[in-house]
Design a protein. Structure first.
Lengths: 290, 333
């Protein structure tokens, strides 16, 4: 923007959206902070009183809190690992010329279009059910004891379900990145005597680094707040074995009716998410520059 | 030793024969240029030699060995690509070292060879930069550096200068020629620019629609073109073609006269015409003359010949240097 005039005009133009954003974000945040300082229980309406930091100490000393932090991180890291590695593999496969390429690509993208609750229910009832599920049937076919995924490995099951949902996203982003790799570079590497593995390590992976960064950043944002999949499959259990922070806040507010405690949990979740984001940007933000 | 022989080589994409059948001998140490209009199959031919495309039929013999089925890396050839194809995330040093690293040479040897190549190509100061921090000419030199460290049997160049500006192109043309003098390695060079072909080649292969029109030294092609296509393609500005009565007077279907072989005069000559456009280059002037009953002819005169649009001039072709062609476009000798 060249002149003083256009600059002030520009400020005026963006003012409404800034105000809207403020109302949208700052007001709820302020209200959450306010609630977190109150003793506020839905079962005792009209009896709110100032409680100081009691809600915070209560939430932070809850043994379920540490379990929830661990679970949150496990879900984020587990899903990231599966989707990035699997996504690169699938993208490499889909990049090969083959018959019915268009249809196969649409099929691969399909899981991303299914809503989380439906996907989780399908997994729970059709695949992982220890009596009627596909996996149980497979196990019986092989003469093995069916494995009750959601009861015995609840966290792993949820990681698998969420990874299945996010794999198409990673594949799609990585596939487009792969297709933008210059054909002549690949041929040059071929002339230089690089085999398929060397070409992957020295040429394809560095080329994909930016796309991988994008996948990690975007997925982390969404994976920190996985909720629907937990609600419809394990309900956070058994015990708190598959409870993450989001689910813990939900349980505090709507199962124990403790709005104050839940608000405190929400604020803690926001702080933790910011810490994760800070380290993430420091670790991999560099690849996005230049 | 880098001799390359193509026997009956053909390439078919689907139902379309890009190269119907080609026989060609490239002797060791030669600088061979494939030249032709775009789509004539010259790049495809180069890629066949490199092994980046499979031949549909025929045999490629490199250095006495049948290389038809060999993968690109085993053919002992290096290639410089049109887009340079440098690895963008590697430094210049790693780029040049890449083929050596892939060949499994030890660190000390690699360092020495890279330093040597960098010295030859004036890249020593840029070894730690990334390709994107280099100018077009420097990138070109890195690509050449990556090609020479392997000490290949032959170099393949795929229109390497087409992304450079005019001044740099003239410069790099010279550098590549000098490199050829120094290394004395076989070079196969693809271009659509007949000036590059004329200035650099020991031997020019003129291609048209996947067929070889003529093979010969630059001056051979200039003085004795086999057919209309070669006559029209080699030389700048293009040769003039005249058909009809003036051609019949020389017992030919078509006669060709180069612009530099037409004498101009303001008062007498064989053909009369009006000047359409005069292109003044300083040293020379190219005149586009509308000759009566013949059509537009291009003629080259000295820069001192003062004419402008609309002037009457007389043209006299040098009958000694006239090219005669029959109905099929083949030269009559």
């Amino acid at each position: 923007m060249a002149t003083l005039h256009t600059r002030s005009a520009a400020r005026l133009m963006i003012a409404p959206s800034v105000l809207l954003l403020l109302a949208w974000m700052i007001v709820p945040l302020a209200m959450t902070i306010y609630f977190s300082l109150l003793r506020y229980n839905l079962l005792m309406p009209g009896m709110e009183e100032f409680a100081g930091l009691t809600n915070y100490t209560y939430f932070l000393t809850d043994p379920a809190f540490f379990q929830a932090i661990f679970n949150t991180l496990a879900i984020v890291l587990g899903v990231l690992f599966i989707t990035v590695v699997g996504g690169i593999g699938l993208a490499l496969l889909l990049d090969q010329p083959m018959f019915g390429q268009g249809i196969v690509r649409i099929l691969v993208i399909a899981p991303f279009l299914i809503m989380p609750t439906v996907a989780a229910l399908v997994w729970k009832n059709m695949f992982m059910n220890p009596v009627n599920g596909l996996f149980a049937w497979l196990a019986k076919l092989l003469g093995l004891q069916p494995f009750d995924f959601l009861a015995n490995a609840p966290l792993l099951s949820i990681i698998l379900i969420v990874a299945w949902q996010w794999l198409p996203f990673a594949t799609l982003i990585l596939l487009t990145a792969l297709q933008s790799l210059d054909e002549e570079q690949k041929e040059a590497a071929q002339m230089d005597g690089a085999g398929a593995v060397s070409r992957f390590i020295y040429l394809v992976l560095p080329h994909l680094s930016r796309a991988i960064t994008v996948v990690i950043l975007i997925q982390t944002i969404f994976l920190l707040s996985v909720f629907a999949e937990i609600l419809v499959t394990t309900n956070g259990g058994p015990g708190t074995q598959s409870t993450n922070l989001t689910f813990l806040v939900y349980a505090q507010a709507l199962l124990q009716f403790d709005v104050g405690g839940a608000s405190a949990g929400g604020i803690i979740a926001v702080i933790l998410a910011n810490i994760v984001a800070f380290f993430l940007m420091r670790m991999i933000g560099k690849t996005l520059e230049a | 030793m880098g001799s390359i022989t193509l026997k009956n080589v053909s390439k078919v994409f689907g139902a379309h024969a890009v190269i119907p059948s080609i026989d060609l001998d490239i002797t060791d140490g030669e600088f061979v240029v494939f030249v032709g209009p775009s789509g004539c199959g010259k790049s495809t031919l180069l890629r066949l030699i490199a092994g980046l495309e499979d031949v549909s039929d025929g045999e490629i013999v490199i250095d006495g060995r049948n290389a038809t089925e060999l993968p690109p890396a085993k053919r002992g050839l290096s290639m410089v690509f049109q887009s340079y194809a440098l690895y963008p995330h590697m430094s210049v040093r790693s780029n040049i070292a890449f083929p050596l690293k892939m060949a499994g040479e030890d660190k000390a040897t690699i360092d020495k060879k890279v330093e040597d190549a960098a010295r030859v190509l004036n890249l020593t100061d840029y070894l730690d930069r990334k390709p994107r921090q280099l100018s077009g000419g420097q990138r070109q030199r890195v690509a050449i550096g990556r090609a020479i460290v392997r000490q290949p049997e032959a170099f393949l160049f795929d229109e390497p200068l087409s992304n450079l500006d005019a001044a740099l192109r003239v410069n790099m043309r010279l550098e590549i020629s000098q490199l050829h003098q120094q290394l004395k390695t076989t070079m196969v060079y693809v271009t659509h620019d007949q000036v590059e072909a004329m200035t650099m080649a020991d031997k020019i292969v003129v291609l048209n629609r996947g067929r070889i029109e003529q093979v010969g030294s630059p001056l051979d092609l200039y003085r004795r073109p086999d057919n209309l296509f070669v006559a029209g393609f080699i030389g700048s500005p293009k040769m003039n073609f005249v058909t009809g009565a003036p051609a019949a007077a020389h017992q030919a279907h078509t006669i060709g006269i180069r612009p530099e072989h037409i004498a101009l005069s303001k008062d007498q000559g064989t053909w009369r015409g009006t000047v359409g456009v005069a292109e003044h280059l300083g040293s020379d002037t190219f005149l586009h003359v509308n000759a009566d009953g013949i059509g537009t002819l291009t003629a080259r005169v000295g820069g001192d010949f003062a004419v402008t649009h609309g002037d009457q001039v007389y043209l006299t072709p040098d009958t000694e240097r006239l090219h005669r062609f029959d109905e099929k476009g083949m030269a009559i000798r």
